[in-house]
Design a protein around this ligand. Structure first.
Ligand code: H2U
Ligand code: ZN
Length: 345
């Protein structure tokens, strides 16, 4: 399928539309224009608050950790206790208390690495840590949703190059997970099958948006992607969360996370910035047969290591828009080598 005229595409998960203007991207692809970015980070940094043995801003000292390391965020956006009365008689001034727990996960003691440059066994440890945190945080009576995510790169407002992610666990379902869950539940009710299972099956047939696959996971640029190189990593099997993955699937997830990172970094020969996160089923003990576990990557870069996409103008006032098609972007990602450009450098 080669759509060349302006059109809208529907995102059945988020229930919203994106405007696609392929005719505007006819200008030739310049490809690599900048010099490959060297990794200038040292394996250990004295001034890093995430490196082993260092003191954090909050005053605590990190242990001399060897694998992953989790601690409660010293500046948590949410607090477990919250009894304040936010009620207002006027419905136009609606507020509710929110409770939660925020944690930080160091993926590795090595200050100079990223998921893309770690070994499978090390990333597997990250997957296991995510699984344990999802289970233990979700086990709290008052926690309904566990949002695991990684903010990577200065452009994404990430404060530190040390490989790390965060978890914000909340009493309520946040906006996007709530919308996605509802869409999946409506789809199941209407079609008697899973939205993402059906979508994945069709994408594997069409092939044009697939970046790579392994035995258990598929990486693709969604048909409705908003960000140029937005991708999703989906388990082939219908599982609601990490808890349902078997050993082999967890290893394949680790391999998928690494390979996604390598394609991204190789695209513009830079440590590719993004926000990524896991969407897992709610943790209130309810039954969620419609929910298909998946990972979103939202990267801001457009044409080079420095030229990013701005969500401004029409996009702020009306709806998101893109010029490069998701098919073009999947082609470009797929065409990058599967070995990291810094390997052997
Ligand atoms: P970012 O990578 O998105 O900047 O997040 C880092 C988190 O680390 C941030 O939420 C926390 C910040 O509150 N932090 C600590 O918990 N302790 C520190 O000593 C510094 C930063
Ligand atoms: Zn560090």
């Amino acid at each position: 399928m080669n759509l060349t005229n302006p059109h809208k595409r529907y995102n059945p998960l988020a229930d919203e539309w994106v405007l696609v203007s392929p005719h505007r991207s006819k200008r030739p692809w310049q490809g690599q224009q900048e010099k490959p970015a060297a990794n200038t980070q040292p394996p250990y940094s004295e001034t890093c608050y995430l490196c082993p043995g260092n003191e954090r801003v909050g005053g605590e000292t990190n242990p001399d950790y060897a694998g992953t390391y989790v601690f409660t965020n010293d500046f948590s956006a949410l607090l477990p206790e919250n009894e304040e009365d936010f009620s207002d008689p006027n419905p136009l001034f609606k507020a509710q208390p929110e409770q939660g727990i925020c944690k930080v996960i160091c993926f590795s003691p090595r200050h100079d690495l990223s998921l893309a440059r770690m070994k499978t066994a090390q990333v597997r440890q990250v997957v296991d840590t995510w699984t344990n945190e999802y289970q233990s945080l979700g086990g709290n009576d008052f926690i309904k949703h566990v949002q695991i995510f990684e903010n990577k790169g200065e452009t994404m407002g990430c404060s530190n190059p040390h490989p790390h992610g965060q978890i914000w666990a909340t009493r309520e379902l946040p906006n996007l997970p709530a919308r996605e869950l509802l869409s999946q539940q409506n789809y199941l009710a209407e079609h008697k099958s899973c939205l993402l299972c059906d979508y994945l099956e069709e994408e594997l047939k069409r092939g044009e948006r697939i970046v790579f696959t392994n035995d258990s996971f598929v990486a693709l640029v969604p048909y409705w992607a908003v960000w140029p190189f937005e991708t999703m990593l989906l388990p082939r099997r219908h599982v609601g969360s990490l808890l349902e993955l078997n050993n082999k699937e967890k290893d394949d997830l680790a391999r998928g996370l690494i390979r996604m990172g390598i394609h991204f970094d190789n695209l513009f020969m830079t440590s590719f910035p993004y926000s990524m996160g896991l969407h897992q089923q709610p943790t209130d003990g309810g039954d969620y047969p419609a929910h298909h576990f998946h990972i979103h990557y939202f990267p801001p870069l457009l044409r080079s290591a420095t030229v990013k996409k701005f969500m401004v103008g029409f996009e702020m006032l009306a709806m998101p828009q893109r010029d490069l098609t998701p098919e073009d972007c999947a082609d470009r990602l797929r065409a990058t080598p599967t070995t990291h450009y810094l390997e052997g450098a």
